[in-house]
Design a protein around this ligand. Structure first.
Ligand code: PLP
Length: 386
């Protein structure tokens, strides 16, 4: 599909969809067949088999993902962590070194600090919002820099230009987890990143009913990742591909609503006397507010905040909410709240959490698509006489 001609919303609907339509079906059906007739393919990865990530559902989804992130090729994986681990292992091996943002999603942080060292892969962590330590931490074995475009859970925004410039000067790969903004709000490949990764479980699917991952980049990088994904076995099932492709079609509608509601909620929380601090890149109090305004179309549906009173008060508050459900994960149509120290970041040591500024009382909120006025009423009710 000619991307230059059509707007983002149009591409969400039409990019990657087969022409002509299969059997005239307006929606691409689910191809629930593990294998396909041998057609004389000469390369292993061209054999048609679900684990080789090439069913009609995979092919349509890959093209849509690539189109939306502005990359040459896309690849779906069985989870965000499958996408992250496989992408990184297509770029580094034993003896190599990674420079990663401090304060990442807990799973990614644990992967780098617990699992990768067992494979002989070391990592150092740097402040991505102010990456002045990069040169000092660089080693001859450094292969890539890894950041989140809005960090989980403190919503920090990296200095994208300095990071890309550093990777270019030293011949490293620039890899970004773009889960929080989603390609509606930010397209990192357009700013020089080499590989954009997603927990497609979150905004891309958007309905909290699929676990999936995605990677988008140059054809060469995606093919190299696909070779690893085929052997590690982290393929996405065609039914999940179908659901993800369906979810993607409403990405812009959902995220526009979530951008606006999160801004209202962040402002209301900031003004509330029971609230100690609010982390949202759309607030003037956020340390990277000018950067967010420059790079992002909207600041997304994720925010975090601390109440006066710490973890116990936070738990009491969350239990009093009527609309927002207490659950990990994010990016769906239902508003969710969680305390990262007890869920997404519980794998980190208490000292690491403290070092990264993830307090025990920090509440992370994923804004859904309910009416913003109702979310505000729910929050205000739960904050009353805490
Ligand atoms: N990246 C980010 C920013 C996340 O928040 C998460 C999960 O919460 C992941 C990656 C991992 O995704 P998944 O749970 O789909 O493996």
């Amino acid at each position: 599909m000619n991307s230059a001609k059509w707007g983002f919303q149009t591409r969400l609907i039409h990019a990657g969809e087969p022409i002509p339509k299969v059997e005239g079906a307006v929606v691409l059906p689910i191809f629930q067949s593990s294998t396909y007739l041998f057609g004389g393919e000469s390369r292993y990865e061209d054999l048609r088999y679900i684990r080789l990530n090439n069913s009609p559902n995979h092919r349509a989804l890959h093209e849509k993902l690539a189109n939306l992130e502005g990359g040459e090729a896309g690849l779906a994986a069985s989870s965000g962590m499958a996408a992250i681990s496989t992408a990184l292992l297509s770029l580094v091996g034993s003896g190599d070194h990674i420079l990663a943002q401090s304060g990442l999603y807990g799973g990614a942080h644990d992967l780098l600090t617990r699992d990768f060292p067992e494979l002989g892969i070391e990592s150092d962590f740097f402040d991505a919002a102010d990456p002045k330590d990069l040169e000092r931490l660089l080693r001859p074995t450094t292969r890539l820099v890894y950041v989140e475009s809005i960090s989980n859970p403190l919503m920090r925004v990296p200095d994208f230009e300095a990071i890309v410039d550093f990777t270019r000067r030293h011949g490293l790969a620039a890899v970004v987890d773009n889960t929080f903004p989603s390609p509606f709000n930010f397209r990192p490949l357009e700013w020089g990143f080499d590989l954009a990764l997603h927990s497609a479980t979150k905004y891309l699917n958007g309905h909290s009913d699929v676990v999936a991952g995605a990677a988008i980049g140059s054809r060469e990088r995606i093919e190299s990742m696909n070779r690893k994904l085929i052997h590690f076995g982290g393929c996405l099932d065609p039914h999940a591909c179908f659901l993800l492709q369906r979810g993607l079609k409403t990405l812009a509608l959902r995220v526009q609503h979530q951008n606006a509601s999160a801004q209202c909620v962040a402002e209301a929380l900031s003004a509330h006397p029971a609230v100690e601090s609010v982390h949202y890149p759309g607030l003037d109090s956020h340390p990277e507010r000018p950067r967010a305004a420059r790079f992002f179309r909207g600041c997304g549906g994720m925010l975090s905040f601390e109440l006066k009173g710490g973890a116990e008060t936070a738990d009491r508050f969350m239990k009093r909410l009527q609309l927002a459900a207490i659950a990990p994960s994010l990016g769906g149509v239902e508003t969710l709240v969680t305390r990262p120290a007890a869920t997404s970041h519980s794998g980190l040591s208490a000292s690491d959490r403290e070092r990264f500024g993830i307090g025990d009382g920090l509440i992370r909120m994923s804004i859904g698509i309910e009416d913003a006025e109702d979310l505000l009423l729910d929050l205000q009710g739960a904050l009353k006489e805490l």
